[in-house]
Design a protein around this ligand. Structure first.
Ligand SMILES: Cc1ncc(COP(=O)(O)O)c(C=O)c1O
Length: 449
């Protein structure tokens, strides 16, 4: 094994202690969790993770795009400790505390648009459930629009919008009715085999002709749910004017719900992914990175929409937990003072350039896309056929794990690159070297097959 500065893997993985945990987990824990490889975490700081056998890994997954300020940032840890010493829970459903208002005041200027109000929950799916209930309540309409390839969570309401893998729905049907899915503009795999920009946004015309003119009564649509960049669907950004072109729906009274659960909190180099597209949504959902790993989500809506709710219509015992709120305040402070959005932009540009060079070099690198530290590298069998390189992608992430870099997939065959927003250049470069070795090895194996 090569000697490296940060990544250190001794012997076979999983090691003895990790193997024992994996065995015990298989006995006791629900098997619905789908893991990529057997990492058993002992501790983590910044973008470095130690496992229970003493191996060290470079973190390009950030707890699935959650650890915005890296693991255990001292300011976040201090905020958690000092709040925990004051009070840990009091339930905002029945009582008040001040740090929640402070968080809202800090959050609102970061979200485009005028006067807003916010509902806090614990998870991404909860934020989506709240947005579904809120938009139905406000519009008194029933139908939701969402994209194929979308991921909005796994609770029954959110799952009704989710359409990225059949397994996520298996055994749970029927879901809530009146959800209409239509294709996302995944330009690398254009469903209409067109090429951008000569297609002139045929996807939007198709949606009008085949959906609104054929079977969706638009005046019964409450909301259009979308991810500014599709996450679990394969890290797929929409083309630049897509959401602007879809804005015709707003004239019909359809609310725009922008799911920023994975793309938000600075990950794309701007606070929200939608800022790259120049539209102002009616409702924005945030979770993952907002509290650096503590469970917290926010459904932020134009005030007049949120004001349609009356006391008792929606709440959660644990939502807006004061310790998580304090962690979120520290997270926003660190993002601002340590210029993490600028770092995401700079490091992201550097990583993207490197991935684009790999695309030139290796037949199995089909597409490189995304912005900031939200990048996807789509692996194919070969560039011409674009056949999904699922086996190759798994081989690459396996190589990375065994050589000390944590990389996970988005969709079936896209390597997802979402390190902490404060990753340093030296750590990132070493991890990218490992990724490139993995890609080169998979490329050679495919060539020789
Ligand atoms: C865009 C998006 N929405 C919603 C969710 C659901 O979040 P959670 O897993 O916290 O329920 C996710 C999770 O990956 C997501 O990426």
């Amino acid at each position: 094994m090569k000697s490296r500065k940060f990544a250190k893997v001794e012997g076979r993985l999983p090691g003895a202690k990790a193997s024992a945990v994996v065995r015990r987990s298989a006995k006791d824990i629900a098997p619905s969790f789908a893991r990529f490889y057997p990492l058993v975490v002992e501790s983590a700081h910044g973008a470095l993770v130690k496992d229970v056998d003493g191996n060290q890994f470079i973190d390009f997954a950030a707890g699935i795009a959650v650890l915005s300020t890296g693991s255990t940032h001292p300011k976040v840890v201090q905020a958690i400790k000092s709040q925990a010493e004051k009070f840990i829970h009091f339930s905002y459903t029945d009582f008040y505390y001040d740090n929640l208002i402070k968080l809202s005041e800090k959050l609102f200027p970061l979200i485009p648009g005028g006067r807003k109000m916010v509902y806090y929950g614990n998870s991404g799916a909860e934020a989506i459930e709240a947005a579904m209930k809120l938009t139905r309540n406000h519009t008194r309409r029933t139908t939701f629009l969402a994209h194929s390839g979308a991921f909005h969570g796994r609770t029954m309401g959110a799952l009704s919008l989710t359409a990225s893998k059949p397994m996520q729905r298996r055994g749970s049907l029927p879901l809530i009715p009146d959800v209409v899915h239509f294709p996302f503009p995944y330009c690398y795999r254009c469903p209409w085999k067109q090429t951008f920009p000569s297609c002139d946004y045929y996807c939007v015309d198709y949606f009008k002709e085949q959906y609104l003119e054929k079977f969706v009564p638009v005046d019964e649509v409450a909301a259009y749910f979308f991810e500014s960049v599709q996450g679990e669907g394969g890290y797929v950004p929409a083309p630049p004017d897509y959401f602007r072109k879809m804005e015709f729906l707003r004239k019909e009274g359809v609310l725009f719900v922008d799911d920023e659960i994975q793309t938000g909190v600075g990950r794309t180099g701007k606070f929200l992914g939608i800022e790259h597209y120049g539209i102002i949504p009616d409702v924005v959902t945030i979770a993952k990175g907002i509290a650096s790993g503590l469970p917290l989500s926010a459904t932020i809506a134009k005030a007049e929409i949120m004001e349609s709710w009356k006391p008792g219509q929606h709440a959660s015992t644990f939502g807006a937990n004061p310790v998580a709120v304090q962690a979120a305040l520290a997270t926003l402070d660190v993002i601002k003072t340590e210029k993490l959005m600028e770092n995401a932009k700079r490091m992201g540009a550097k990583a993207k350039k490197r991935f684009l060079e790999m695309k030139e070099k290796y037949e199995i690198v089909g597409d490189v896309r995304g912005m900031g530290l939200f990048l996807g590298v789509e692996i194919v069998k070969d560039k011409r056929s674009k056949t999904r390189g699922e086996e190759e992608a798994h081989r690459i992430i396996d190589y990375c794990f065994h050589h000390g870099a944590l990389v996970i997939l988005a969709g079936r065959n896209t390597l997802r690159f979402v390190p902490p927003l404060n990753i340093t250049e030296d750590v990132m470069d070493e991890g990218l070297d490992i990724m490139e070795e993995g890609i080169a090895a998979a490329n050679a194996a495919t060539k020789n097959a």
